[in-house]
Every structure is written in structure tokens, then in C-alpha cells.
Write a protein that binds this ligand. Structure first.
Ligand code: PGA
Length: 240
């Protein structure tokens, strides 16, 4: 596991953008696994600036997002499809047909999830998976539990995640109670993983990740078994 500790959020975002840009430069038709949330937002802005400056070409890049609330319509401004369009896809020269986000409106979530895993495999797997981390150590919406699920699946959100995400909604009551999430298998099968961690409230989750001990009570600790993980955290997250 490679660890970079940056001075602040902006430096974390710049470094994350440089690493992601290097993957896109080396393989213009790469498959990126992407995350939503406040953490990768700065990195997405930095990537959009590079694209704008003509330094980066996303025209052949394919993306698969980690998760989506369920149920939710894609045009709801709290959906992760909406977030990705506004914060990245509308700002770069990507072909929208190549961007994939789990569909939060389907009647059969199990079929949607199985088809998503098959599509990722058919695309040749994920070259670089970008991750954030929850205060409780979740990656995607793989929440701490006594058992973790390998395949992409429908899951319930924990109270801690509902509370953390309520800042984006009018009240905690408005946060959807379920989500579709990539399971740990497609995440762990990614060739490279880049995890961004910012802020004091992520300290405990980060220390668990760096401990090398694997526990379902901090799903991110699974990453200790992956051979190519880069952690970029800011000082606030590292020092706590
Ligand atoms: P955040 O969410 O980036 O908004 O803190 C991260 C996560 O819950 O995975």
C-alpha cells in the first residue's frame, strides 16, 4: 500500500488528479471506477481543468460508478447520476454512453446488479478504481456488518451513513434508506485502487485501513489484500 500524506484537501485532490490522469494518458480507452461524495469532488474539478487545457482526453474512457441510492430517479438532484453529470461528465469530453451508474429506478435490483457486474467483466475489468471512505469505513455502500457481500447488490444504509449523508438533504428523513452498490469483488478485482481520505472525522477509518488487520467492521480494511493500492490522505485525516 502506498501512502501519501498531503497538507490539505486541495493537495490531495491535485495528486489524485495527477495519478488518474496518468492512467488515462497511458491507456486512453481505460475503464475507471468512480466514486461520488465531497471527497473526490476537488479531484474531478482538477481533471476537468486538465481536460479543458487540452492535457487530457476522455473521449475513449469508460466509467462505472460505485453506487446509487435506491429508489431514486436519475434526474433527482440527490442522485449519484446527477452528481456525476454535474461534477465531472458535463465538464469533460467523455461520451455519456460510456458512463455507467447503477439505475435506481429498476423494479428488479438483483437483475440490475448482476448485469452491472457482467458489464464490468465484459469491459475487461476496472483499470483504476477511485474510492472515498465512510466515517464507518464503508467503501461504496459496503457497510460494516458481520458479513460482507462480494457481488454488486441492494443494501440498507446504516444509521451512521444516513446521518453523514443527511448534510446533502433537507433532513435525515429524506435520505434514502437503501442503495445499490458495487460489491467488494468488482472493487478488489480492479487493477489499481486509489483511495482519497480527507478530514479529521475519517481518522479512525484511515487508521483501520493502515493497520493491516482485516475486519468486516471496517470494510475498507479489505484493501490490505490488494496488490496495488494508493492511499492519499490529508494531514487532518492522518493526525486526527
Ligand atoms: P464523502 O463520502 O466523500 O462525502 O465524505 C465518502 C463516503 O461515504 O464514501
Amino acid at each position: 500500500m502506498k501512502l501519501f500524506i498531503t497538507e490539505n484537501y486541495d493537495e490531495m485532490s491535485e495528486l489524485g488528479a495527477r495519478i488518474t490522469a496518468s492512467v488515462v494518458t497511458l491507456k486512453p480507452d481505460c475503464v475507471l471506477g468512480l466514486a461520488t461524495g465531497s471527497t473526490p469532488d476537488g479531484m474531478y474539478s482538477a481533471l476537468a481543468r486538465k481536460c479543458d487545457a487540452g492535457e487530457l482526453d476522455f473521449s475513449k474512457v469508460v466509467t462505472y460508478n460505485l453506487d446509487e441510492y435506491y429508489p431514486i430517479k436519475p434526474d433527482n438532484d440527490q442522485s449519484y447520476r446527477y452528481f456525476m453529470d454535474k461534477h465531472l461528465f458535463d465538464l469533460i469530453n467523455i461520451d455519456k454512453a460510456n458512463t455507467h451508474v447503477l439505475n435506481g429506478t429498476v423494479e428488479d435490483p438483483a437483475a440490475e446488479c448482476a448485469a452491472y457486474d457482467e458489464a464490468i467483466e465484459a469491459a475487461g475489468g476496472i483499470d483504476l478504481q477511485v474510492l472515498g471512505i465512510g466515517v464507518n469505513g464503508h467503501i461504496g455502500f459496503n457497510e460494516p456488518d458481520s458479513e460482507l457481500i462480494a457481488a454488486t447488490h441492494l443494501t440498507g444504509l446504516t444509521e451512521s451513513t444516513i446521518e453523514a449523508n443527511s448534510r446533502f438533504f433537507e433532513s435525515a428523513n429524506d435520505v434514502p434508506r437503501h442503495a445499490l452498490t458495487m460489491g467488494l469483488a468488482p472493487i478488489m478485482k480492479a487493477k489499481k485502487i486509489l483511495i482519497l481520505i480527507s478530514g479529521k472525522n475519517k481518522h479512525e477509518a484511515l487508521m483501520g485501513l493502515l493497520s493491516g488487520k482485516i475486519t468486516p467492521s471496517n470494510p475498507a480494511t479489505m484493501l490490505a489484500m490488494h496488490s496495488d493500492v494508493t492511499v492519499i490522505c490529508d494531514k487532518a485525516a492522518y493526525e486526527g
